[in-house]
Design a protein around this ligand. Structure first.
Ligand code: SF4
Ligand code: SF4
Length: 81
């Protein structure tokens, strides 16, 4: 079962290493929309979904995803389901 991901500085540091270089993150300027990152804990980006061009997702290789038993990815687009 997936666990709820806590919004901690430690998880944010890990997220920076995966969302940061993600091909979807920078071109869509997701850093400029709340919640900025750590979407698996905080929920989807406030940037409208139809304005986010999907260029791939680094979540499947992220340690946060593995540590909390999450599946999938693209949490910036789809949020936490
Ligand atoms: S699973 Fe995705 S959103 Fe969550 S910390 Fe990792 S890269 Fe960031
Ligand atoms: S949640 Fe996935 S698709 Fe969205 S910015 Fe992070 S790594 Fe990229």
């Amino acid at each position: 079962m997936p666990e709820k991901v806590p919004d901690t500085p430690e998880n944010m540091e890990i997220c920076k290493r995966f969302c940061g270089p993600c091909p979807t993150f920078k071109p869509n300027e997701l850093m400029n929309f709340r919640p900025h990152a750590l979407f698996c804990a905080r929920g989807k980006s406030e940037k409208p979904t139809d304005q986010i061009e999907n260029k791939g997702c680094n979540c499947p290789t992220c340690d946060v995803l593995k540590n909390y038993g999450l599946v999938g990815g693209w949490f910036c687009i789809h949020g936490i389901s």
